[in-house]
Write a protein that binds this ligand. Structure first.
Ligand SMILES: *Cc1c(COP(=O)(O)O)cnc(C)c1O
Length: 387
């Protein structure tokens, strides 16, 4: 066992100790956190659905009828008709034959990769993939090879080594950089080499596309190009859980083999009811995606005018890389003094030397919220001198 106290002390000294804040309100632009009212620009509630009255009502109504707990795993007696309806709706939403619900995106990635790859396999992943995709290859016992971020040539080189590859896996929208995977090139390479492609679109679902079906909607990619599509429900859809979508045979196989699906309690049926409602709102209310695009353009213009060099992201994830942990913490603290909540993201969540503030936007941010943010950012800029 590691020396627990020393490890904690070391983290503290290196400015790497992670600390939790206590949220006392519903999720939304204005939150009560550690007893203070703050304006949050850091949640993944992109569409503003996490506390939407209709979604909340769907959950409480369903709980009144079906209770709270699922009571068992899907295989035993926990697979509820509401789960079934949600799977069908998610399959239709993403234009796939079938979908399978998981309790979280983390579990979906672990379950899918370990069901599809084994000890003698190589799994190829983007260097900046989410931790759950990395861990999936690890628990599969597969050899993990990482190609340069969003680099089609680096992937091609890896594919040309003559090894047999079980899977290529990539984020659709990268969670810490906000950029998109170059899916056209990746899908073509996977097709040429006969390797299945898995896309984790946790941050694209609900955000990208006319209907909010994510990166495969804007790239018009069916199961043929992207046979394994993962989406999460806890981000833009404002609920909790995840799904895998693909061919009927893929889903039937995962039901037999994905251990994080089999050996766990099903999500509460009322949560499935809430998700059905939020999925409908997501599809019907295109204005939420339009609003997001407007806020992102607005932020980029103003932050650019202050001299901040933003990353090439046009999603609601807008990182401002300051480099050192200290500088990221200083800007975060300067914003916090002005009641703006944007935590610093530090290694190992992001690569060494690329500590950042990760601003995120929600359709429920008002113009006044934006003005408050931009004013505070200008003040933080002059106060800290950090660019
Ligand atoms: C958040 C996230 C996950 C994990 O999803 P949870 O449902 O929160 O466990 C997986 N992949 C990516 C890319 C993510 O951003």
């Amino acid at each position: 066992m590691p020396d627990l106290e020393k490890t904690l002390q070391d983290l503290q000294e290196q400015g790497l100790l992670r600390q939790r804040r206590l949220l006392e309100s519903a999720q939304g632009p204005e939150v009560t956190i550690d007893g203070r009212t703050m304006l949050a620009f850091c949640s993944n509630d992109y569409l503003g659905l996490a506390a939407h009255p209709a979604v909340t009502e769907a959950m409480t109504d369903a709980a009144a009828i079906h209770g709270v707990g699922a009571g068992a795993s899907h295989m035993v007696c926990g697979h509820h008709d509401l789960h079934h309806q949600l799977e069908q709706a998610l399959a239709a939403h993403t234009g796939r034959e079938a979908a399978l619900l998981f309790s979280t995106g983390y579990m979906a990635n672990l379950g899918v990769i370990s069901a599809l790859a084994g000890r003698n396999d190589v799994v190829l992943e983007d260097r900046l993939n989410h931790a759950s995709l990395i861990d999936g290859a690890r628990i599969a016992g597969a050899r993990l090879k990482r190609y340069a971020h969003a680099d089609h040539n680096s992937l091609e080189e890896a594919l040309n080594t003559g090894q047999r590859h079980a899977l290529v896996a990539t984020d659709g929208v990268f969670s810490m950089d906000g950029d998109l995977a170059p899916l056209d090139g990746i899908a073509a390479l996977c097709h040429d080499h006969g390797v299945p492609l898995m896309v984790d679109d946790a941050h694209g679902i609900g955000v990208l596309g006319q209907m909010g079906a994510g990166i495969t909607e804007i790239r018009q990619m069916s199961s043929k190009e992207v046979p394994i599509l993962v989406g999460t429900l806890g981000k833009a859809l404002g609920v909790s859980g995840a799904f895998v979508a693909g061919s009927r045979v893929l889903i039937d196989y995962l039901i037999q083999k994905a251990r994080t699906y089999i050996y766990t309690t099903a999500m509460p049926p009322a949560l499935a009811a809430a998700t059905l409602k939020s999925l409908n709102i997501c599809r019907d209310e295109y204005w939420r995606r339009e609003r997001l695009a407007k806020l992102v353009a607005w932020f980029r213009d103003e932050a650019g005018a202050l001299g901040y060099d933003l990353m090439p992201s046009w999603t609601p994830i807008q990182p401002l890389v300051t480099g050192s942990c200290e500088s990221a913490m200083a800007v975060s603290a300067a914003l916090a003094r002005r009641d703006i909540l944007v935590p610093a993201i530090r290694p190992p969540t992001v690569p060494e030397g690329s500590a950042r503030l990760r601003f995120t936007f929600s359709a429920s941010h008002t113009d006044e919220h934006m003005e408050q943010l931009l004013e505070a950012l200008a003040a933080a800029r002059s106060e800290t001198g950090i660019l």
